[in-house]
Design a protein around this ligand. Structure first.
Ligand SMILES: Cc1cc2nc3c(=O)[nH]c(=O)nc-3n(C[C@H](O)[C@H](O)[C@H](O)COP(=O)(O)OP(=O)(O)OC[C@H]3O[C@@H](n4cnc5c(N)ncnc54)[C@H](O)[C@@H]3O)c2cc1C
Length: 391
């Protein structure tokens, strides 16, 4: 049965990009889908072998320039990867997804030539990963004012504090630390980003336990105990760390939207198929009941609408014309609509939807992350409302 997602993509992206999408989709069907349930039941992270294979496919280097060993692609490629991998598993998809959109991207956008030459080739090959260290135990939505500090000591900087919710920490070679450097400066000019090796003296990491979303994705808590770094480790401008983070998040939010739509696409196919197979009341498939059809149709409408919107914004991103509000809006809407419809889809399928092997419960849990990750939807509405206010 052709995926509904594939039907829409044919009209939205050029032929050569569809070939790339098909390659990643077939990889996910062969190398991820058959193993996912076992990985979940064993509570293991994405296995190293799977990461290596994704590296061999070039997924970690998608938007990295060819001269740095990447594929020289664009944001559309990244979103297609999110859709192809996320159809089965958001937590597998977020592994190269965060490595690119939150790890390599800040370096591409704000790094010096020397920093790029030193890191991009290994990042592109998937041999190295950067972690995005914005969130802290005491600073989530209020990330502009970090509690992690970096103080000058002669020619070096000393970092103290803790970051949490750091995606890919388990595999990370470096963490991009957003730290307070200028406490009395104006809003938005109080912090600086530092590129800190995970094996630097004073850095320690533990995997955050008890997480029941994105189960195969690594999520770490990273402590900095008087970690000494140099001027050369500053990423972007001094006291402009928040700008580095905010610039990065625009692209990341589009990626999160792609994951939400990947889950919606899976749920649509699962539900419409099941609705034709499941017989109740006088030998009728439940798909003949109008209320069931309502859910399926609403999912189909939402998928086509939000995919069209997402690929429009992806073009704006590549042309450097995407606003923060636009990126926030598609993330807020795709995550909300997909997760609301997922609950209805599960209701349509009934009790079987509670079983892990049916697949919907995984997407249900993972969709919650898309509502809070890379800016909680409620907090992002503060951003979206700004151009709407008349005061
Ligand atoms: C699985 C996972 C992976 C993540 N990966 C990363 C990562 O790689 N790097 C990283 O830095 N962070 C990461 N995060 C953190 C994520 O970005 C934060 O969870 C998010 O920014 C929200 O912060 P918080 O959880 O501290 O919620 P809080 O800031 O405590 O907010 C809690 C709730 O309060 C409400 N709220 C807060 N502020 C407002 C407001 N202004 N207006 C209206 N309502 C508001 C919202 O409902 C919000 O959900 C990850 C999170 C998860 C769950």
């Amino acid at each position: 049965m052709p995926r509904r997602l594939d039907t829409y993509l044919k009209d939205l992206v050029p032929e050569e990009k569809l070939d790339f999408y098909s390659t990643v989709r077939d990889f996910a069907d062969a190398e991820i889908a058959p193993h996912l349930l076992q990985w979940e039941r064993d509570h293991v992270l994405v296995p190293d072998d799977c990461i290596r294979k994704m590296g061999d496919l070039g997924l970690f280097g998608l938007p990295i320039e060819e001269r740095h060993g990447g594929q020289g692609g664009d944001h559309t490629d990244l979103l297609l990867m999110g859709l192809a991998l996320g159809y089965h598993s958001q937590s597998v998809a977020i592994t190269p997804g965060a490595a690119i959109s939150l790890g390599a991207k800040p370096l591409q956008l704000c790094g010096t030539d020397a920093q790029k030459a030193a890191h991009l080739p290994d990042l592109a090959a998937g041999k190295r990963m950067f972690v995005f260290g914005l969130s802290e135990p005491g600073r989530g939505s209020d990330a502009a004012n970090p509690e992690v500090t970096a103080t000058r000591d002669g020619s070096s900087w000393v970092i103290r504090g803790e970051k949490c919710w750091s995606t890919n920490a388990h595999w990370a070679s470096h963490v991009i630390v957003h730290a307070l450097t200028n406490p009395d400066g104006p809003n938005g000019q109080r912090s600086t980003c530092f590129l800190v090796p995970m094996d630097a003296k004073g850095v320690s990491y533990v995997e955050m336990g008890g997480k029941r979303v994105w189960e195969q994705s690594s999520t770490g808590s990273i402590v900095f105990d008087q970690v000494r770094v140099s001027e050369q480790d500053i990423l972007g401008e001094l006291h402009s760390g928040f700008k580095v983070m905010v610039t990065t998040l625009n692209g990341g939010r589009l990626f999160i939207a792609s994951l939400a739509l990947a889950s919606l696409a899976f749920a649509l196919d699962r539900t419409r198929t099941y609705a034709e197979e499941r017989i109740q009341f006088a030998n009728q498939p439940i798909g003949r009941f109008q209320r069931v059809q309502d859910v399926v149709v609403d999912m189909d409408i939402a998928l086509e609408r939000n995919l069209t919107w997402l690929f429009h914004l992806s073009r704006l991103y590549d042309e450097n014309r995407l606003s923060r509000e636009q990126a926030a809006k598609v993330k807020v809407d795709s995550s909300r609509v997909a997760s609301d419809l997922l609950v209805s889809a599960m209701e349509v399928c009934g009790g079987v939807a509670c079983l892990d092997e049916f697949g919907l419960i995984r997407h249900h849990n993972d969709l919650f992350v898309t509502r809070v990750g890379e800016g909680s939807n409620f907090a992002l509405k503060d951003l979206i409302v700004r151009p709407l206010r008349t005061d």
